[in-house]
Design a protein around this ligand. Structure first.
Ligand code: SF4
Length: 339
């Protein structure tokens, strides 16, 4: 992990992705799901930012919007190219392909993200062809073997098919595929959650090692708090499509300011070798995103909520010198309210 003095590599400005809710034969729009709602976030060069929240909070949609797998509804995505921050929000064709070489995704489930009919060499080489990198067959083979070695995969697997590999090996292929274009930013979408607990640590350590070696920046999406604490320099806590707390990982873990963050951390079980994955559990269900609560979106589940919370939405702000939080009554409170 490292903080960088080189400035932002990726910057999201009020990024928004709303999906229409359509009903009836005429598919009339009767409402909107605000999957990503006005997110501001930076990832600095060489930095890992963890994007954390329960499933359905919008973190994967945010990631997909950055690579324009889904188009943003509003807002701006900036990426550093030739030393300058440039908008990539509306790029098309060749310019978009070039950016996609630099921003690569590692997917959650290596089983479904690898084409079962392709040999490992073709899977790993595929992005080079897709993004128009010209190389002879011999050069491609060299890149494939070199990348396999980087991710700890024996070159003997080069002519194998994905089914003959273990889950951990398949995820190494997924990582190798993300690295062949020599990206600068990796978007990792729950890259270990489909793996056995014993393999998760190996993959996390591999990602950390590659980040150092290749000077990569990472946006790491996860609901696993133990993973995020291990890999991230900073974390952003997401709730119902919004970032509600943002700060240095150690600071947020030691001094959570948002009641949602506090509830997430309180749900972390005590260390237990039989339970390596720490899942998020918060009282009550995440509200239907189509029927968003008024005021603070967390108020129906918040033990500190007041009348103000149900009417007025708190902005994500840097209050009293601490890291930014979107709450009218950031923690710690002088006196805890009665249960
Ligand atoms: Fe809870 Fe109110 Fe803060 Fe929202 S604004 S998190 S309801 S105390």
């Amino acid at each position: 992990m490292s903080h960088s003095a080189d400035g932002a590599l990726l910057e999201l400005r009020r990024l928004r992705k709303h999906f229409p809710i359509q009903r009836g034969v005429l598919r009339r729009t009767v409402g909107w799901i605000r999957a990503v709602d006005d997110i501001d976030l930076e990832v600095n060069t060489g930095e890992t930012v963890g994007l954390v929240g329960e499933s359905g909070c919008g973190k994967t949609t945010a990631l997909r919007t950055i690579v324009r797998a889904v188009e943003p509804t509003d807002g701006e995505i900036l990426f550093r190219t030739n030393g300058e921050m440039k908008s990539i929000t509306a790029l098309e064709s060749d310019a978009l392909r070039e950016v996609r070489q630099q921003i690569r995704v590692i997917f959650q489930d290596p089983q479904s993200s690898l084409n079962p009919r392709f040999k490992i060499r073709d899977i790993i080489a595929e992005p080079l062809k897709a993004y128009g990198v010209t190389a002879s067959r011999g050069e491609l083979d060299d890149i494939v073997v070199d990348t396999m070695e980087r991710v700890g995969l024996d070159r003997a697997y080069v002519n194998h098919y994905p089914y003959s590999l273990s889950g951990g090996q398949r995820q190494r292929v997924g990582i190798a595929r993300a690295l062949t274009t020599r990206p600068r930013l990796i978007l990792a979408d729950e890259p270990t959650s489909a793996l056995d607990a014993s393999v998760q640590a190996q993959i996390i350590n591999l990602l950390l090692q590659l980040q150092q070696q290749m000077h990569l920046s990472m946006l790491f999406v996860t609901h696993d708090l133990s993973v995020v604490r291990h890999v991230s320099d900073r974390i952003a806590i997401m709730y119902l499509g919004e970032i509600v707390e943002l700060g240095d990982t150690d600071e947020v873990f030691q001094r959570p300011r948002h009641p949602y963050t506090e509830a997430l951390f309180a749900a972390i079980p005590k260390p237990d070798p039989r339970q390596p994955s720490r899942r998020i559990i918060v009282e009550g269900d995440i509200p239907d995103p189509a029927h968003r609560p008024s005021g603070c979106p967390f108020h129906p589940r918040c033990r500190y909520a007041t009348d103000l919370c149900s009417t007025e939405k708190p902005a994500l702000e840097n209050r009293d010198g601490a890291h930014p939080v979107a709450c009218h009554f950031p923690l710690p409170h002088g006196e805890q309210p009665a249960e």
